[in-house]
Design a binder for this molecule. Sequence first.
Ligand code: KG4
Ligand code: ZN
Length: 359
Amino acid sequence: MLVLGFESSCDETGVALVDTKRGLLAHALYSQVAMHAEYGGVVPELASRDHIRKLTPLLEKVIADANLISSDVDAIAYTAGPGLVGALLTGAAYARSLALAWDIPALPVHHMEGHLLAPMLELDPPDFPFVALLVSGGHTMLVDVRGLGDYTLLGESLDDAVGEAFDKTAKLLELGYPGGPAIERLAKQQLSGSLLQAQNPFKFSRPMTDRPGLDFSFSGLKTQVVTHVNKWRAQHDFSEDMELDEQTTVHVAAAFQDAVVDTLTIKCNRALQQTGRRQLVVAGGVGANQALREQLKTLPDTQVWFPRLEFCTDNGAMIAYAGGRRLEQMTPEQQQTLQSDLSVQARPRWPLHELTPPE
Ligand code: KG4
Ligand code: ZN
């Protein structure tokens, strides 16, 4: 079955073609990051408008790259939530209209289920069951995954998502948006030596690791960064309007990343112990972080799986894949129902645990 997937929940427009037997055939991605960077974060209205601009060219590219014609497509999968409502609506309305024109089913897909299954696009994919760490700009979750749609939430962030903490800390250090890659780049400089001479004077706590449970909290970490940087400024006669020197910025970035990576590792270890699982899947934008990847690989008796770097952040391939997994388990009658249901679904809030396995 040939499935065309659309992703437009935030600031990336993604389109992809997945064959449920042969795997990924083609994908195209357009990131709006440069446009939003000017504002220090995603501007929802601009995001929606830009998705509209990019959906058709990306679709044409994907069909051409796969050497196919539109009538080869059997079904469409689109991100229906969670995400920015306007951005979701553009992709959903586009996908639903295309399905109507092409006389094929359109399936609404949960964005986080897409992230969760993204490592399965790789050659040596994980198999159910596993524990998943979902870490993105909007979510931080540990999930026990027993099968498609069979998810139990083990823990989540009580406040900021971990990607959000990276972005806010980067903003504070005036590193621009998105913050994750910028902080990672700086933290690497500490490791690479030239700035290592001075011992890192910053150390931040590992939030909520000193008590049982699998929930997270990252907003306090951001506040700690502010407090420590202000203290450092006072000690070094650095007024608020003076830019931090490079070495100090590197030290703060590295100490912040260390705290996040340690915290996530401790909780993953705990989740694996609690569930008795030996497989860990890591997905979502923060899953692109190399320091996190390296540290998680050291977890004892655990096989760790990641999507390739470009499929950690939002993309159409994961949506086409997740849609394909569900579509291939549907009866012809269920697919027919999807085809005749012309509703356009966009759910800004959509808890993952509301999903159920295919009937
Ligand atoms: O999954 P994603 O593309 O979008 C959401 O669904 O939120 O994740 C974006 C988030 C941003 O907060 C970004 O700063 C973070 O992922 N991120 C990273 C890295 N690359 C992206 N965080 C840490 N290290 C990275 N290399
Ligand atoms: Zn995402």
